[in-house]
Write a protein that binds this ligand. Structure first.
Ligand code: FDA
Length: 300
């Protein structure tokens, strides 16, 4: 089931069709809306509950230049809207949406524009991590941008064997990191095939990142990883302003609120836009129970 949905997530024909259909099949459980205004309204609701946000204008694996420039422009408008509305939110960006598969220069130019605008507003931009084919180049581009900007962060994935070394190499960059398990389909020569090994590596990376002192965002819905982090920071006396928890919009909302109640900083990843298909398929792949929910939505 998981592989089937990860396979579907890369289907370009279905992706194109989904853009025309609009948010369907229950995708609005995971996607905040199609327009910037809808996203800001949802962001405001989350802020009112004590949650911070990071907006993600959906889209990835862009193959032509005008589309990449459009997507960068959309991110600039999102930063303007965050500033104008006062919604407490940062931005999350995928480099393949900024034109990485077309040209590295185009991608970097788009990112510079976004980071400059974010800097103007004292805001922060995090580079999401995509499939393993883009991992090395994403880290290289992050390092290049980090030399110029202090408001850029990165994501690392616990399922990749390479990640521990990547994290160690990033120590001199004082990188603000989001740590996740990893959401793409990767072969066993690149990524741990077993959940228990991914979880063990995730804990190791959390400890390493927190101990070396850079700001760490622990992004998971997994209770045992959340508990591990809470115990670790308590034991090591790591202050609350050195880390945060992050979860996805629409997933484990009660846990998000419970963490806020306990005094932790919690940020919700809020995707929006009409390119929702790939993101939605990855969420279905993570949890087969979501498929029943979608089927119900289709027949309603
Ligand atoms: P796990 O999959 O083990 O789930 C633990 C529990 O959480 C489940 O038992 C279930 O209760 C609940 N849950 C998890 N997924 C659910 C779903 N889809 N629907 C309903 N319940 C669900 N990945 C990546 O490769 N690059 C990236 O840049 C990012 N960015 C990112 C940002 C943020 C804020 C989050 C939370 C996650 C990401 N991810 C990501 C996705 C991440 O890699 C991973 O696929 C998901 O978070 C699911 O893994 P968990 O750690 O939640 O654990």
């Amino acid at each position: 089931m998981k592989n089937f949905f990860l396979f579907l997530s890369k289907n370009r024909t279905l992706n194109r069709a989904a853009k025309k259909w609009g948010l369907r099949f229950g995708a609005n459980r995971f996607v905040a809306g199609e327009s910037i205004d809808e996203a800001m309204a949802k962001g405001k609701e989350l802020n009112d509950l004590g949650l911070l946000c990071t907006f993600d204008h959906l889209g990835e694996f862009v193959k032509d230049e005008p589309e990449a420039i459009d997507a960068a422009e959309f991110n600039l408008r999102t930063l303007d809207a965050i500033h104008r509305t006062g919604v407490k939110s940062t931005l999350s960006v995928k480099l393949t949406q900024m034109g990485l598969d077309i040209s590295r220069e185009l991608c970097i130019a788009n990112m510079r524009n976004i980071l400059k605008r974010a800097k103007q507003y004292d805001n922060f931009v995090r580079i999401d991590m995509e499939d393993s084919a883009h991992c090395a180049v994403t880290i290289e581009i992050f390092k290049e941008l980090r030399r110029e900007f202090d408001n850029v962060g990165l994501v690392l994935q616990a399922y990749l064997y390479r990640t521990e070394q990547d994290l160690r190499d990033l120590i001199p960059y004082r990188a603000n990191l989001r740590l996740v398990k990893g959401a793409y389909k990767e072969p066993p020569d690149i990524a741990f095939p077993d959940k228990k090994d991914v979880d063990a590596n995730f804990k190791k990376l959390i400890a390493l990142s927190l101990e070396q002192g850079a700001y760490t965002a622990v992004a998971t819905h997994d209770d045992q990883i959340l508990q591990f982090t809470k115990n670790f920071v308590k034991e090591k006396g790591i202050p609350l302003d050195r880390f945060e928890f992050q979860m996805l919009y629409g997933i484990r909302t009660q846990s998000q609120l419970q963490l806020v109640k306990e005094g932790y900083t919690v940020r919700v990843y809020v995707p929006y836009g009409n390119d929702w298909y790939g993101y939605f398929m990855r969420r279905l792949a993570e949890r087969p129970a979501n498929v029943a929910f979608v089927l119900k939505g289709m027949f309603r």
